[in-house]
Write a protein that binds this ligand. Structure first.
Ligand code: GAP
Length: 521
């Protein structure tokens, strides 16, 4: 079978997303949390294959930060932190979403998301007009068309004016102005179809709980809404004990918790999720250059995985978070459109200076080159591990029709990230073939996650491995007993070759090896 004889089904949008969700449950990637009790909204569990994929993504990120950069070290801070941490970081006062309810359907929305979605629809209209014109005219001058076509100009004016009002309202935390934009744009509830809206109210996203066993003396603490603060409060501990010189970074991966109100889109927006964050401590005044450096470095990391460069784009923030002087997202083309995957933020000295103020402890660095002490500035890279997982999974999910008319679902996951690297099949469950397959398994299992499967016809076993993205299937047959060779089948092309068992380890290592990807960074 040649790769050209494989026909890929064109799947996108909602159809693709629905299939990805059901596939990930059916094949042990993701289960709804506590499903036997009907699940818990926006909380998910990772199954046997999901956990391996997630671990591999985390490892690739970790190595790219801590292994490749001599001036970046890792920590693992606690989820619970002193409650003043969140006062100092601004989360108690400013970490909230503006919410609005539709009075008829009682459905609750994020006001900012309603406006952003309405603007995205206007943008779609512009793109449609441009595409139509591109097909109509030879030597199409897109820039000229965009600046002169009356309909496109009108749409663009609407976007620019709304964005300006939107930014002013967000900057001033003016909830009435936000509501007015929703009214002026004539946004209707998707359930009731009505425009009968409540006022917009701010809702803090942090989960609070009690520390201590006696109710009266217990104090309120929060589940961390970001891992970053565990790094900031340990800045001096790490700098002193590691004798770190600026510029240097501290990396951390771990759980974060947010009481998301509009929690939809599967693992895209969860209440319990995992972040991979790196805070890079720099000399004040150098933030622009380091901000650009980390934008480039992080995009290169994404590109190295081969999910398609056109599936990524930068998006500058309209409203800067309370801690940032510049910020952008790396957006990924999920099945539901381009959405934030990673944030890169120039955080100035906001966090360290506020922790100094609230703790009364100096959080300064003595710069021997300048012969002076200062509070360092910080450039942060922050990516959601679960969102990266969704990017990999939705990009990999493919339905194919093969030359003989049969169909398969294959996860074309980058081999370095695949949960299982090789599956070993005895052709028959007799004649000493299972024992020989076990020998092959013993040869490979110390380096890679492998499985040995004896049940069902060989075609069925191939399909099961394709469905979880296993890059290699190895078959042990009668010839193996004579000359110690096996067939090895590659997942994407389905091409098979006969190779010596002694060559297997190198063949597999050649494609699933993280080192070769890291060397490209
Ligand atoms: N320390 C900075 C920070 O937390 P953020 O933009 O709020 O910034 C960073 O979050 C990343 O964390 C996002 O780009 C996203 O990938 C991930 N993330 C945020 N909220 C999430 C949620 N509710 N569910 C899943 N991932 C989330």
């Amino acid at each position: 079978m040649s790769e050209t004889s494989i026909k890929t089904k064109a799947l996108s949008g909602e159809d693709l997303f629905k299939n990805v969700i059901s596939h990930s449950k059916e094949y042990g990637f993701i289960f709804p949390s506590s499903e036997i009790y009907d699940g818990l909204s926006a909380v998910y569990d990772y199954g046997q294959n999901g956990m391996e994929l997630k671990k591999n993504i985390r490892e690739y990120w970790w190595k790219s930060m801590v292994l490749l950069n001599e001036n970046i070290v890792g920590i693992d801070a606690a989820i619970f932190m002193h409650p003043t941490t969140w006062k100092a970081s601004g989360h108690v006062d400013a970490f909230s979403d503006p919410l609005i309810d539709n009075k008829d359907s009682k459905k609750r929305y994020r006001a900012d998301v309603l406006i952003e979605n309405a603007m995205a629809k206007v943008e779609e209209k512009i793109e449609k007009e441009v595409e139509k014109a591109r097909k109509r005219f030879e030597n199409f001058d897109e820039a000229m068309y965009r600046s002169t076509n009356p309909r496109v100009v009108e749409y663009q004016k609407k976007i620019d004016e709304t964005n300006a009002r939107f930014k002013t309202a967000l900057d001033a935390a003016d909830m009435d102005a936000l509501r007015q934009i929703i009214v002026d744009l004539e946004i209707a509830c998707e359930v009731s179809g009505s425009r009968n809206w409540t006022d917009v109210r701010q809702f803090n996203l942090m989960f609070a709980t009690q520390l201590g066993s006696v109710a009266e003396s217990a104090s309120t603490i929060y589940l961390r809404p970001e891992t970053a603060q565990g790094i900031f409060v340990n800045f001096l501990n790490v700098q002193k004990t590691g004798r770190m010189k600026i510029p240097f970074g501290i990396a951390q991966t771990g759980k974060a918790f947010r009481n998301e109100i509009v929690a939809r889109q599967f693992i895209f927006r969860m209440r319990e999720f995992e972040q991979m964050e790196m805070q890079f401590f720099i000399r004040p005044g150098t933030q622009k250059e380091w901000y650009e450096h980390w934008k480039t470095a992080r995009m290169k990391w994404h590109a190295s995985l081969g999910l398609g460069e056109s599936n990524y784009r930068f998006h500058d923030h309209i409203k800067l978070a309370h801690y940032a002087d510049a910020a952008c997202d790396i957006e990924f083309k999920f099945p539901f459109g381009f959405k934030e995957l990673e944030g890169i933020h120039s955080r100035t000295d906001f966090d360290l200076a506020n922790h100094e103020k609230h703790s009364g402890k100096k959080l300064q660095y003595f710069d021997p080159e300048l012969n002076e002490s200062y509070v360092p500035y910080v450039v942060e890279t922050s990516i959601g591990l679960d969102r990266m997982f969704l990017a990999v999974l939705s990009n990999a999910y493919t339905e194919e029709t093969l030359e003989d008319g049969s169909e398969r679902v294959v996860l074309r996951i980058p081999p370095v990230l695949a949960p299982v690297k090789a599956a070993i099949f005895p052709l028959l469950n007799k004649d000493g073939l299972p024992e020989k397959a076990r020998e092959v398994m013993d040869l490979l299992k110390y380096d890679h996650i492998c499985v040995c499967e004896e049940k069902d016809a060989i075609g069925k076993r191939y399909r099961r491995q394709d469905a979880i993205g296993t890059p290699y299937c190895i078959t042990v047959d009668h010839q193996t007993l004579e000359d110690n060779t096996v067939t090895i089948r590659e997942r994407d092309s389905m091409k098979q070759e006969r190779v010596a068992i002694s060559a297997l380890a190198d063949i597999i290592e050649g494609r699933v090896n993280m080192k070769s990807l890291l060397q490209k960074l």
